[in-house]
Design a binder for this molecule. Structure first.
Ligand code: URA
Length: 234
């Protein structure tokens, strides 16, 4: 449940001030009844009419993906990320914005907003995705150089990627595209096997430390705008 004014403002069409004004002037109805209290708690499943127009509430969730769960919308064999969503946040149209491998953990975005998904995934938008990676051999400056140059994969040359070595076998990789098994294949070209992969951020949005693996929560309007940013989190 969240406040009516917060939910309306999170839809991106109206500012907080405009929302408050419409509510207090009696221009918002919930399931047919005028609601004049901006603090009224709603789920988003109600029929909400704002200034005569039925609102279709859009939802964007941040999820801490655990291992062993697939990021497809449906799967005959494995549990999917959508099955981790508690009933109060479920929507028929919710889908994962981008894929992570079954054994990859970390930040996933689930949304019913197709335009938002396009903005964060389209390679042209250059939204950075940052991962912590562990490999089976020591990381080398040669790998850093090859990542920066753009590694040649079977399906073409990768865009330059940033690799920062953190310890002997662990580093942080920043990609601005998302191909199938991309990081695993890039390290494969350097003779290494990825033994651990965790997404830390998308755009300027980090994975919320308070979310345990398997947990999710709705994003605020400010957090959704961080997702679209081309710069990395502070
Ligand atoms: N690169 C991979 O190889 N796997 C992922 O899950 C994400 C990026």
């Amino acid at each position: 449940m969240e406040r009516l004014d917060k939910l309306l403002a999170s839809q991106g069409m109206l500012s907080r001030r405009e929302v408050k004004e419409l509510i207090t002037k009696g221009r918002v109805t919930i399931d047919g009844t005028v609601e004049k209290h901006p603090e009224r708690k709603v789920t988003g499943e109600e029929q909400i009419v704002v200034a005569g127009e039925l609102l279709r509430v859009q939802r964007t969730l941040t999820l801490h993906k655990p291992q062993g769960v697939v990021s497809a919308a449906r799967d005959a064999r494995d549990k999917t990320v959508l099955e981790l969503v508690p009933p109060e946040y479920r929507r028929k149209e919710l889908f994962p914005a981008g894929r992570l491998d079954k054994d990859t953990t970390g930040l996933m975005i689930l949304t019913d907003d197709g335009a938002l998904a396009h903005e964060i995934l389209a390679p042209k938008k250059h939204v950075p995705k940052r991962y912590r990676v562990t490999i089976d051999i020591p990381m080398t400056e040669e790998m850093v150089r090859r990542f920066a140059e753009g590694i040649e994969l079977k399906d073409g040359r990768c865009r330059p990627a940033e690799l920062t070595i953190e310890s002997e076998d662990t580093g942080v990789v920043t990609l601005r595209e998302g191909r199938y098994h991309q990081i695993k294949r890039m390290f494969g070209c350097c003779g290494a096997v990825v033994t651990g992969l965790h997404r830390l951020s998308m755009g300027a949005l980090r994975l919320d430390d308070a979310l345990l693996p398997g947990e999710c929560r709705p994003l605020s309007e400010e957090e959704i705008s961080l997702l679209r940013q081309q710069h990395l989190p502070e």
